[in-house]
Design a protein around this ligand. Structure first.
Ligand SMILES: [Zn+2]
Length: 52
């Protein structure tokens, strides 16, 4: 687990490291997708409902 100082350094590192920024962005994207699928399907919406 990251301490406050480590988290701060990581953010500082992210600011100047495109590679880590990309990885973080990809991870955030995956997390958002997982969260979307973890959410219960609202009533009246089929499981294969299309999204615009
Ligand atoms: Zn890096």
């Amino acid at each position: 687990m990251l301490g406050a100082a480590d988290a701060f350094r990581f953010e500082e590192h992210l600011a100047e490291c495109a590679r880590c920024r990309l990885m973080t962005a990809e991870f955030a994207g995956v997390a958002a997708v997982l969260e979307r699928y973890a959410r219960p399907t609202p009533p009246g919406v089929g499981p294969v409902a299309e999204r615009e």
